[in-house]
Design a protein around this ligand. Structure first.
Ligand SMILES: NC(=O)c1ccc[n+]([C@@H]2O[C@H](COP(=O)([O-])OP(=O)(O)OC[C@H]3O[C@@H](n4cnc5c(N)ncnc54)[C@H](OP(=O)(O)O)[C@@H]3O)[C@@H](O)[C@H]2O)c1
Length: 265
């Protein structure tokens, strides 16, 4: 197989499955007709079929001759779906699971001898801005390239050892909620200072976006950029130190460790 799959099956046309399908055609990487996407409620597939995707409720038809099969069903549905599609899988088909908490070893209990991928995107996949973490087992360099290239169409990708999956899930998937809670708190501070709520949210959101872009484009350490804003004896450092006295950084780290521990139970 070349890097670009000729046929991709997406099992589960929910939030994530649909976002991936739409992102892959929006980027121009794949044609809609090269993607077969399924869900059990066939009547809810109209929006996707109208865009030219092959749709239906038969997972075996979708899987038949597919180079890549993306499983976007809930974690507790993975084993049943895998057992169902196993007889229809092409010998060298790449299996990609998005299911949180399902390990590569869990997947290999049902399908072995296939390149297996465990992929954790985040909700910004809906706008092509996901941070997607990928682990693989039994995969060649070509298989890794195929899956990386697919998910690069809907954001950034990072290959990681599977042992780090819980840790990256906290920072890159749960992290969306943590960042947005900061955004909301920041806007609330603005509202208390007399700014209209909608304006405060816009100000906070664009400021966060700009701050993140500064780090992503320069590769600088965050403290290097913080130094540029914190004039000695100035306003910003007074605010920042007050936040730290109330446990700003510490509460984020402790929250992340709690989330991590709850995942490892
Ligand atoms: N949302 C996130 O931010 C996120 C992030 C990382 C990982 N994940 C993982 O991604 C997976 C999907 O999450 P989601 O938020 O997209 O869930 P979702 O919106 O509930 O989508 C799941 C889809 O699977 C379909 N489905 C269920 N059983 C099926 C079957 N036997 N054959 C074909 N389709 C079937 C459902 O439609 P029908 O009921 O009509 O069949 C539904 O459309 C989960 O495993 C989750 O852990 C999600």
């Amino acid at each position: 197989m070349q890097h670009k799959p000729e046929k991709t099956a997406i099992i589960g046309a929910g939030n994530l499955g649909s976002a991936i399908a739409l992102g892959l055609i929006k980027s121009g990487y794949l044609q809609a007709a090269a993607i077969h996407i399924t869900r059990r409620s066939a009547n809810k597939l109209e929006a996707l079929s109208s865009k030219g995707f092959v749709t239906g409720s038969s997972n075996t038809e979708a899987t038949d001759n597919a180079d890549v099969v993306i499983l976007a069903v809930k974690p507790w549905q993975i084993t049943d779906v895998l057992s169902q599609i196993k007889p229809a899988l092409k010998k060298e088909a790449i299996i990609v699971s998005l299911a949180a908490g399902i390990s590569l070893s869990d997947l290999s209990q049902t399908v072995n001898n296939h390149p297996l991928f465990r992929v954790i995107p985040n909700t910004a996949i809906a706008i092509g801005q996901s941070m997607t973490c990928i682990s693989s087992q039994n995969a060649s360099d070509t298989d890794n390239a195929v899956v990386n290239e697919l998910f690069r169409q809907v954001g950034e990708v990072m290959m990681i050892p599977e042992s780090l999956m819980p840790a990256v899930t906290v920072i890159a998937s749960c992290g969306t909620a943590y960042a947005l809670r900061y955004l909301h708190a920041s806007a609330q501070g603005g509202v208390e200072s007399g700014i209209k709520p909608a304006d405060a949210i816009h100000l906070a959101a664009q400021t966060m976006k700009g701050a993140a872009e500064l780090i992503l484009t320069s590769g600088d350490h965050p403290e290097t950029e913080i130094d540029k804003v914190t004039t000695p004896g100035g306003i910003t450092i007074k605010g920042l130190n007050e936040m730290e006295h109330h446990g700003f950084s510490s509460s984020i780290i402790k929250g992340m460790m709690t989330a991590l521990k709850s995942m490892q139970k």
